[in-house]
Design a protein around this ligand. Structure first.
Ligand code: ATP
Ligand code: MG
Length: 423
């Protein structure tokens, strides 16, 4: 074996001089642990030695040298330096400890996300996020779904106007899209299966650890289905396969930084809304059929089902009154709907849609919505709209629950909430 010449580019995360050797830790590429650059006073010129021994933590550097055959560093990678270029030095003390020894506040890690990304735990989360998105795209493309991009500047909301951000569109009122719901359904009249990875904009004044005003979703819609069970099967397979993929690709890395992935489910139980109400009432709640589940009830349910070995579950057949107009009714008061929850947190909502023109018009009227505002959408149901269904899934929520994190802001680079528009 012979030593290999190489170059390391990255940021200095630690420096230590011991006698005639300086050790510089450099975070390079998408690595989780640094390369140890070893600078020996007797092997480099005076200028290189002086650069090394006065190196500032946080600097951006390029180091040329050789990767030795025998590595002493515990961190696993080592470069014997020959020449060092300091590309850029911090001009003031970084607001977070770049050695990772002293933790900073939650907000500082968000305010200075780019610096946090030099620390292993933050890197790992965002690498896992990228892997999840990569897998999502591959999974749906492989299964015959066309990736689409629908407009984010829209003239009508998905569910009626209450939670939309308004935009001045050349003097006309427009909105930031809350979801691709209407467009992905219209597309069912021209393509059998579509998916989109998209931002959702919601204007509610949230104050929970699982809501943001801008979040990222996966929207899926599929035509020619029998019923909503066909959709749940695809989602079930996606959940299992994505956990397995992450385990394979980033499982070890996550472990290194003290995070762990949820176990892939062998199957995901379907529990009806009515059964859920019975469960909750059997553990001390007093919920009437038809009522929404509040956060506390959702949490208790998550704990109850996790203890029974099913942290991931579908809640099916909600009252139609609790669901949006586009969901197909089942009988007088139920709907062909489902939510997917992980440990008490809603991750996705979906169902079979009403594809029959006249029934759809009735449903819009029943929810008190304007036929005129939705006319562009209803039109698509006049030309051979097949039975179809789909779901909207929060990718931020999915990653958060996969990693067992308690705040959605941990998986979003620059979260947008009521108090955060900058940076
Ligand atoms: P919730 O009841 O939790 O507010 P929702 O039912 O209003 O969610 P949907 O319209 O069903 O949300 O959107 C589909 C998915 O998108 C949700 O299941 C969730 O995972 C995600 N999502 C929706 N709103 C937000 C948000 N404000 N922040 C983060 N994720 C969201
Ligand atoms: Mg929902």
């Amino acid at each position: 074996m012979s030593e290999k010449a190489g170059v390391v580019e990255g940021w200095v995360s630690n420096v230590k001089t011991v006698g005639k050797i300086t050790f510089i830790e450099v975070i390079d590429d998408l690595s989780i642990s640094p390369v140890t650059v070893v600078v020996k006073r007797d092997s480099v010129d005076a200028e290189t030695w002086s650069k090394a021994s006065s190196m500032k933590i946080g600097s951006a550097v390029r180091v040329e040298g050789v990767f030795p055959d025998i590595i002493v560093s515990r961190k696993g990678r080592e470069l014997q330096a020959k020449a060092i270029t300091v590309l850029s030095e911090p001009i003031e003390l970084p607001p977070i400890d770049l050695t990772g020894k002293t933790p900073a506040s939650f907000d500082l890690y968000v305010d200075f996300r780019y610096l946090a990304l030099r620390l292993p735990r933050f890197r790992a989360v965002f690498i896992a996020r990228a892997k999840l998105v990569e897998f999502t795209r591959e999974f749906f493309a492989k299964n015959g779904f066309l990736e689409v991009h629908t407009p984010k500047l829209v003239g009508a909301g998905a569910e009626g106007g209450a939670t939309l951000f308004t935009v001045d569109y050349f003097g006309q009122k427009a909105y930031l899209s809350q979801s691709p719901q209407l467009y992905k359904q219209m597309l069912m009249c021209g393509v059998p299966r579509v998916f989109e990875i998209t931002p959702y904009f919601r204007a509610e004044k949230f104050s929970t650890p699982r809501h943001l005003n801008e979040s990222w979703g996966l929207d899926v819609e599929m035509g020619f289905i029998e019923d909503e069970e066909d959709v749940m099967k695809v989602l079930e397979e996606f959940i299992g396969a994505s956990i397995n993929y992450l385990r394979m690709e980033v499982g070890d890395m996550l472990k290194t930084v003290g995070l762990s992935l949820i176990d892939p489910p062998s199957s995901i139980p379907r529990i009806t809304y009515s059964e859920i109400i019975d469960i909750l009432n059997s553990i001390g709640y007093n919920i009437q059929w038809g009522e929404d589940l509040d956060t506390q009830a959702e949490k208790s349910l998550g704990e109850y089902l996790s203890a029974k070995g099913t942290p991931i579950y579908f809640i099916t057949k909600y009252p139609w009154d609790a669901k949006p107009f586009y969901i197909m009714r089942e009988g007088d008061n139920l709907s062909k709907s489902f939510d997917l929850d992980i440990k008490g947190i809603e991750v996705a909502s979906g169902g079979q849609r009403e594809h029959r023109y006249h029934e759809l018009v009735q449903n819009l009227k029943a929810k008190g919505l304007s036929l005129e505002e939705f006319s562009f959408y209803i039109k698509a149901f006049m030309y051979g709209m097949p039975p179809h269904g789909g779901f909207g899934l929060g990718l931020d929520r999915l990653l958060m629950t996969f990693l067992g994190l308690s705040n959605i802001r941990e998986v979003v680079l620059f979260p947008r909430d009521r108090f955060r528009l900058i940076p």
